[in-house]
Design a protein around this ligand. Structure first.
Ligand SMILES: [Zn+2]
Length: 53
């Protein structure tokens, strides 16, 4: 379930039904969550990823 980054309402399409925020565009600049077992990073953190390997 995706949540609108503007109003926080859950949404199923690319545009928030509540406020009209276009989340498909937002995803391009959103920071990815990279998981490795119990560990996780938010955004681009190659220094942390190196330690995982
Ligand atoms: Zn919204």
């Amino acid at each position: 379930m995706t949540k609108c980054p503007r109003c926080g309402e859950p949404m199923t399409g690319g545009i928030c039904n509540n406020c009209g925020f276009p989340v498909t565009r937002f995803k391009k600049i959103a920071m990815p969550v990279i998981r490795n077992g119990k560990q996780a990073t938010v955004g681009y953190q190659p220094e942390v990823w190196k330690k995982w390997e």
